[in-house]
Design a binder for this molecule. Structure first.
Ligand code: ADP
Ligand code: MG
Length: 257
């Protein structure tokens, strides 16, 4: 059988890995921020990334949707390598939802407008359809009755739940959470974690940077421990937290537990 040029452009068979990070190297000037990162995340998997401050957790998240460029290696989302820039990047980036420590809602827009903006602008959805979707998602995170308010009128926990709904409105294939509860008052942490646990149960593929062990134990399939820009250790949550193998993980856990 002859393999024609056309057949090589057919979509790749869907692999079980939704996010494939291979040999990624990232430098900020001379500083080596990510060192030979290899991580494959399956469809529906929930991966918790844990590690000391400055170990590269945020940088890794940001490379997954190309908020940061990489110097070498490859990142594929659903089989497609992420291009460095352009239209194609915008479309692929929409497949990767991201929730930050600071909720980053648009202050001058209502909660409803915050959630409908992306679907209308990036996905080309009609306003009425986007509003219907937004109200469903706001209902899911328990904020539907506040849809007409502005971000400043909501608590931190409520704003973070809106930020999650806003990300979900883009129908991402994978959701990244970078310390989503670190900026919250303690009494608001659980209302956000509960939404995330629910999302995990519904089968969303998630990468979550957090030190919340309760979440890791309830929802994570795998814990990835990073230090100094490297993946030092990975394991299931129970064994990682009770019996870490590396000296660096033992040292880190002894400080936070
Ligand atoms: P973490 O999220 O684990 O705390 P980061 O990924 O934010 O760590 O940072 C990893 C390292 O990269 C830190 O030493 C940080 O100072 C450095 N870094 C992060 N962003 C930049 C940047 N834009 N320019 C230079 N250095 C950076
Ligand atoms: Mg960080």
């Amino acid at each position: 059988m002859t393999v024609t040029a056309a057949s090589s452009s057919l979509p790749m068979p869907q692999s079980d890995a939704l996010v494939e990070i291979s040999h990624v190297e990232k430098y900020f000037g001379d500083f080596h921020a990510l060192k030979d990162i290899d991580l494959s995340i399956s469809r529906g998997e929930v991966v918790v990334i844990i590690g000391p401050s400055g170990s590269g957790k945020s940088t890794l998240c940001r490379t997954i949707n190309r908020l940061e460029t990489i110097q070498s290696g490859e990142i594929r989302v659903d089989g497609v390598p992420l291009p460095a820039e352009g239209q194609e990047l915008a479309r692929l980036r929409a497949d990767v939802g991201m929730v930050f420590q600071s909720f980053n809602l648009f202050a001058h827009m209502s909660i409803l407008e915050n959630v409908t903006l992306g679907p209308i602008k990036v996905r080309g959805m009609k306003k009425a359809e986007a509003e219907k979707l937004a109200m469903e998602l706001l209902d899911r995170v328990g904020i539907a009755h506040q849809a007409q308010k502005f971000p400043a009128q909501l608590s931190g926990g409520q704003q973070q739940r809106v930020a999650i709904a806003r990300s979900l409105a883009m129908k991402p294939k994978v959701m990244l959470f970078d310390e989503p509860t670190s900026a919250l008052d303690p009494e608001m942490i659980n209302e956000v974690l509960d939404v995330m646990v629910q999302l995990a149960k519904e089968g969303m593929t998630m990468v979550v940077v957090t030190h919340e062990m309760g979440f890791a134990r309830k929802a994570a399939n795998r814990v990835v421990f990073m230090a100094d820009g490297e993946i030092v250790e990975t394991g299931d949550p129970e064994s990682f937290f009770t019996n870490p193998q590396s000296a660096r993980a033992q040292d880190f856990l002894s400080k936070i537990l």
